[in-house]
Ligand binder design. Structure first.
Ligand code: PMP
Length: 427
């Protein structure tokens, strides 16, 4: 079909009444579908269920470095777990501290530490009148929520195919000492699925911010979450690049096994320079006598090493791939060539990012809800929930079954079409 913008008002009106009938039919079914959050499905959780059996009352609960994992102590985590998470973070074991069950919690904690104590001897951010943070957009709503919670002003930076707009990042951080950091999801980013180019990583390593305590919050949540084994993306390792150019303290890396083992019951880690780790330990020793070492042991015994992890991730990919492909198939068939939306075709991660015509996203999400389909709130992918063009919608295909996704995608495309026609008729 021709692009909607080329159709006469008459044609659009006829089309609209046709689509409205289809929409009413679907509405009558009283469906409850959810494409809102990047949650693994039950089938994915079942893959790792054997992990529940690796530790029993009969098990030897002493780690290979001689730690009785039932008892207090070992702030950094048991050596085998540090090794595993270091491999996952692509850094040496000495550059990693194991935390608790969630990397988001570590990010919150790191921001909180910067506010109350400052990084490596600098003035706590909370004592300054004003602090700003760069936020590549579209991005992850929970990053923005943490930043907003601490009263830090967020500045949008466009996320390009190669990563954040580095010309803008370099210029802003060089001139404004109130800009203290930037959020980054370097691989299969949430929600666009893009991965940073080598050039972007090198420019981050060489960044010269006016604020000496500027930190890159490098959230590598999707580091091994490939959808296609033969199209694995490799992102240059940032900590090593920073060390090479004499800028080791500028980055703090976050990682977890949430979407590897069990979300909320995995293990999380922070990777950084020696100075940053010492700083983190000074704070952590007041917070806890040690994190959950039995869970660390469970992960190590189950996965053994990165080969075990990769094998496991292939099983996740086998479940996720048909879901991403189903959504793409319906979108391509129903919206291809109509000029009312574009969407990403990610090689990994958990999301498809959809851009509607300007000023339509909120209405599309509301329309889909009428037919029982819950999407992520429009605007959520921007700081303060404000998408200046009201066009970005995050699609999360992981949780529903392929059959449910087919229906959900149909409701979504019908909603896109109806809202776009309305917009064109009122133009
Ligand atoms: N970072 C990103 C970019 C995410 O998409 C998610 C999960 N949706 C998280 C962090 C949460 O990680 P965790 O479960 O380790 O807190």
């Amino acid at each position: 079909m021709a692009p909607y913008s080329k159709l006469s008002k008459e044609k659009l009106k006829n089309l609209k009444s046709d689509l409205e009938k289809q929409f009413e039919e679907i509405k009558k079914k009283g469906l409850h579908l959810d494409m809102s959050r990047g949650k693994p499905s039950k089938a994915q959780l079942d893959i790792g269920i054997g992990m529940m059996d690796v530790l029993t009352s009969e098990s030897d609960l002493v780690s290979s470095d001689g730690v009785d994992c039932r008892n207090y102590g070992v702030l950094d985590g048991i050596s085998d777990a540090r090794k595993l998470l270091a491999d996952l973070s692509e850094v040496p074991e000495r550059s990693v501290i194991i935390y608790g069950n969630s990397s988001l919690n570590v990010m919150f904690d790191t921001m909180s530490r910067a506010m109350t104590h400052g990084f490596m001897g600098s003035t706590p951010w909370g004592r300054l009148d004003h602090v700003k943070f760069l936020c590549p957009v579209p991005g992850y709503d929970r990053h923005f929520a943490i930043t907003e919670f601490f009263g830090i002003e967020m500045i949008n930076v466009p996320l390009l195919e190669t990563g954040p707009d580095m010309d803008m990042v370099e210029e802003l951080v060089a001139k404004d000492p109130l800009i203290k950091g930037i959020w980054c999801v370097p691989k299969y980013s949430n929600p666009t699925g893009i991965s940073y180019s080598d050039e972007t990583v090198r420019r981050f390593a060489r960044l010269k911010p006016a604020a000496k305590d500027f930190r890159i919050f490098w959230d590598n949540a999707y580091s091994i979450h490939h959808l296609y084994d033969d199209k694995r993306v490799v992102v240059l390792e940032l900590l090593n690049e920073c060390i090479k150019v004499g800028n080791p303290d500028i980055v703090i890396k976050f990682i977890s096994t949430s979407k590897v083992s069990f979300p909320g019951s995995g293990i999380a880690a922070l990777a950084a320079s020696r100075g940053n780790l010492e700083d983190a330990r000074r704070y952590m020793k007041y917070q806890t006598i040690g994190h959950d070492k039995l869970n660390q042991l469970r992960h190590v015994r189950y996965f053994k090493d990165m080969l075990g992890v990769y094998e496991h991730m292939r099983k996740h990919a086998a479940i996720l791939r048909p879901k991403f492909e189903k959504v793409d198939e319906v979108l391509t068939k129903e919206l291809g060539g109509l000029g009312i939306g574009t969407w990403t075709k990610p090689l990994g991660g958990y999301f498809i990012s959809f851009d509607s015509m300007e000023g339509c996203a909120k209405a599309i999400v509301a329309k889909a809800k009428e037919a029982g389909l819950v999407m992520t709130d429009a605007g959520a992918t921007y700081p303060y929930g404000k998408d200046p063009k009201d066009c970005n919608i995050r699609i999360a295909p992981s949780f529903p079954t392929v059959e449910e996704l087919e229906i959900a995608s149909k409701i979504f495309v019908l909603s896109v079409k109806l809202v776009s026609i309305e917009k064109l008729l009122n133009a």
